[in-house]
Design a binder for this molecule. Structure first.
Ligand code: NAD
Length: 242
């Protein structure tokens, strides 16, 4: 039988997209938002799907742990402190935590890893992302994950990151990775990873035009996570890309 899903942040853009996708897929769901009794709603669900606010993640995870309920976490914009503390709490239940649930973007992650490894330090890596004017955090969770992948492959630390550039920055070094966040209009989510050398440039680009891709991916993760042991998983696990 299909799991009953509780959507947290249900009135938001993504919450509504998840509700629409659940209807299309014939999945039963409940909906909660800011100010509702999350714990009470969760008792009637098999899994929570969260697209609310980074400030709501702790309360959601505490409720899920108290009731041993699996969670799909799609919210982004967590602070460094939250990223340090929350995974241990999330690991007490089966949890898929992904900054992007699209199949195409998860392939972009794999291609970025491969390109970083093959091209090496001689190819300057830069990430450009664009999102709609309403987005509250920057850079996007997806851009942050692309950065992590490049840093891992090049054995660099977070000190390599350059958020945009301004003023007399000096020549670019081979140990920096730039992230540039554009905001405007109704852009659902564009990401480009660039590898530029003297004489050639490789660009890997993904463009999302419909939130439905994230919503369907999150529901696929929800159906998968209810069968897993406690632990933190990502979309690469759900899609079998590891
Ligand atoms: P939004 O602002 O349209 O919606 C957020 C909703 O959450 C609002 O209805 C708001 O009232 C509600 N909310 C805020 N605080 C809450 C709380 N404490 N408890 C319960 N509900 C609360 O935003 P959005 O565009 O739908 O995006 C939501 C989140 O999902 C963002 O962090 C965004 O970056 C992320 N996102 C992730 C993916 C992915 O694939 N992982 C894709 C798109 C967006």
């Amino acid at each position: 039988m299909s799991p009953r899903i509780l959507i947290n942040g249900a009135k938001g853009r993504m919450g509504q997209a998840v509700a629409n996708a659940a209807r299309e897929m014939g999945l039963a769901f409940g909906a909660v938002g800011r100010g509702d009794d999350l714990a009470a709603a969760l008792t009637k669900a098999d899994v929570a799907v969260d697209f609310s606010s980074h400030s709501a993640t702790r309360a959601l995870l505490e409720a899920a742990v108290a009731q041993s309920k699996p969670v799909v976490l799609g919210t982004t914009g967590h602070s460094a402190e939250e990223k340090k503390q929350l995974p241990a709490l999330a690991a007490k239940v089966p949890c898929v935590w992904a900054g992007n649930f699209s199949v195409g973007v998860n392939l972009l992650f794999a291609l970025t890893r491969r390109a970083s490894a093959v091209l090496g330090d001689d190819y300057d890596a830069e990430i450009v992302e664009m999102h709609h004017r309403f987005k509250k955090d920057a850079p996007s969770g997806t851009a942050a994950r692309l950065l992590e992948i490049i840093l891992e492959e090049r054995k660099l630390t977070a000190a390599a990151l350059r958020h945009g550039r301004e003023g007399i920055t000096g020549e670019r070094t081979s140990t920096e990775v730039g992230i540039h966040a554009l905001r405007g209009g109704d852009v659902v989510g564009d990401h480009t990873v660039m590898f530029a050398a003297l004489g050639e440039r490789l660009e890997l680009t993904h463009k999302a035009s419909d939130r439905g891709i994230f919503a369907r991916g999150a529901l696929r993760a929800a159906q998968w996570v209810v069968k897993q042991k406690p632990g933190v998983y990502d979309m690469q696990d759900v899609l079998g890309l590891k």
